[in-house]
Every structure is written in structure tokens, then in C-alpha cells.
Design a protein around this ligand. Structure first.
Ligand code: URA
Length: 280
């Protein structure tokens, strides 16, 4: 990373596409004098994309896997027809398909009772960037995809401003996941127990994607990854680590929709991420 790069340097380096995207994000760009260096395109030599395991879009969750309790003999042990949920330690060994199945069948906390769909995550499974959000909202719960509501539209604009795209399966790709894979009812905050139960899934996703950097968006992503209750304002602007992977902290897109004045700070955070990436 160019340690001495300033915000002005970034503003000078914006190309037309990025300016348009910043406008879409609602960030007004003040143009300093005068030289403007075009921003380099993302590296051409991308790792061969690996398609996510082919799966149909998540359908409604199967009904609760109730054990079948035989009526006779009365003393017989209950027989379960469901495969046992992997133990927390075993999740760390799962491959993509098994991890996806484990999330889809998870009943480790009460969120499974109210969800329509689990929301596993989406994107390039070998992406350089991983985005971690909080939890599915109503739209995400309906569609089984992360960040598809208004906050997701802003996230997509932010990513495009960085030359990234959730649908790209090349060097522009990202993998997007949440701390929680199920929607908390009425979009309430995740409970500590829910975060704790879901943590092995996110940890395994990070281990499988092997991103070069993680962008933690919002309080719950930050708390879950960094194990700190420090406010985002005090964590921004420097590089943290999660299981060895550099982590950039920024505001959640839903917060930015409510507090557009902080979009410029979020842009500065994305610039830090791009800096870090360029430093290799
Ligand atoms: N907010 C999140 O944190 N994640 C989503 O998937 C949607 C909204």
C-alpha cells in the first residue's frame, strides 16, 4: 500500500465510471487541483474462477426435522430420520456443498422457527474481497440471497465504485455473507447466542474463500469478527485481522441510507481497501 496516499490522491484517480458510481452512492466528490491519473484496471491475471457449487435457488426450508417417536415399544429410543447436524468443530472441515447443506438444515437457534429461507451467501467462491454484513432482512429471507433490499442496492453501488461486482466470476468478484444466516424476527438485532451459534459457518466461509481482505460492514459484523465492542468510528481507518485475513471496518449500508452524510467516510474506507489490495 502507498502509505502516503491521501484522500486527495484518490479523488484525482477517479475515472468517469467511478465518479458515476459515487454519484449513485450519493457521495459528492470535491475535485482538488489539477492532475488526474486514471485508475488502473483490476489485475488481468485473475485466478481461475470457481463456480459456486451448482444448486437451485434455495427453496422454502423443509419443515422442522422432528424426530419420529415410535409408539411401541414404549421404551424404544426416538429415531431421527434427519442427518445429525455437524458439531461446531466439524463445520471447520466441511467443503462448499456440505457447508451449504449444514446452513440450510441448521436448527441451532430459534431463528430457524421463523425463517423462510436460510441465506448462505453469494458470489465468487475464490474472491479476493469478502463482504460481511449483519443478517438477512425481509427481502433476503424471502429470496434466500444476501443484500437484495435497499441496503443491497447501495452495497452494489459501493462495490461498483470499486470496480467490483457480486456477479463477476473473475478478479472483480466478491463473496458476500452475513454474520447470521437466518433473519431475526422483525429485523431485531442479532442476539449474542445467535451470533455464537452461527459463527462457525462464517469462519468456514472465510477459510474456504481465502479472501485477501474482508470488509466488515456494521456493528455486528465488526463485533463478531474482531471481538470488540469499540465503536466503528474508532476502528475505521486501520487494518485489523480475522484469522490472519486483513479486515477493513466500515458502516453498514442500511446505516448509510439513514445517515448519508457518512457515505464519504464509507468511501474513504473503500479507498483504504483498494490501497491495501494494490499493496498486494
Ligand atoms: N443487511 C445485512 O446486513 N445483510 C443483508 O443480507 C441484508 C441487509
Amino acid at each position: 500500500m502507498n502509505e502516503t496516499a491521501t484522500a486527495d490522491d484518490w479523488v484525482r484517480e477517479l475515472d468517469a465510471r467511478q465518479r458515476a458510481m459515487l454519484a449513485e452512492m450519493g457521495v459528492k466528490v470535491w475535485t482538488p487541483a489539477p492532475a488526474r491519473v486514471p485508475l488502473a484496471e483490476p489485475a488481468a491475471a485473475a485466478p481461475a474462477p470457481v463456480q459456486p457449487p451448482a444448486r437451485p435457488p434455495q427453496a422454502r426450508e423443509p419443515a422442522a426435522r422432528a424426530p419420529i417417536v415410535p409408539t411401541t415399544p414404549a421404551t424404544a429410543a426416538p429415531v431421527s430420520i434427519a442427518p445429525p447436524a455437524p458439531a461446531r468443530a466439524d463445520i471447520a472441515q466441511l467443503d462448499w456443498p456440505a457447508l451449504r447443506d449444514a446452513v440450510a438444515g441448521c436448527r441451532a437457534c430459534s431463528l430457524c422457527e421463523s425463517r423462510r429461507n436460510t441465506v448462505f451467501g453469494v458470489g465468487h467462491t475464490e474472491a479476493d474481497w469478502m463482504i460481511v454484513g449483519e443478517a438477512p432482512g425481509e427481502q433476503e429471507d424471502r429470496q434466500g440471497q444476501p443484500f437484495v433490499g435497499p441496503a443491497g442496492q447501495l452495497l452494489d453501488a459501493m462495490l461498483r465504485a470499486c470496480g467490483r461486482d457480486r456477479q463477476a466470476d473473475d478478479a472483480r468478484g466478491v463473496f458476500i455473507a452475513n454474520v447470521l444466516k437466518c433473519r431475526p424476527p422483525a429485523n431485531r438485532n442479532p442476539a449474542p447466542e445467535e451470533v455464537m451459534q452461527c459463527e462457525p459457518f462464517l469462519s468456514r466461509q472465510v477459510a474456504l474463500v481465502k479472501p485477501r481482505l474482508i470488509i466488515a460492514m456494521g456493528r455486528f459484523a465488526v463485533q463478531s469478527l474482531l471481538k470488540t465492542t469499540e465503536p466503528i468510528g474508532r476502528l475505521r481507518g486501520r487494518v485489523h485481522r480475522y484469522e490472519g485475513v486483513p479486515v477493513i471496518v466500515t458502516y453498514h449500508p442500511a446505516y448509510l441510507l439513514r445517515t448519508p452524510v457518512d457515505k464519504a467516510k464509507a468511501w474513504a474506507d473503500l479507498c483504504l481497501a483498494m490501497d491495501l489490495e494494490r499493496a498486494g
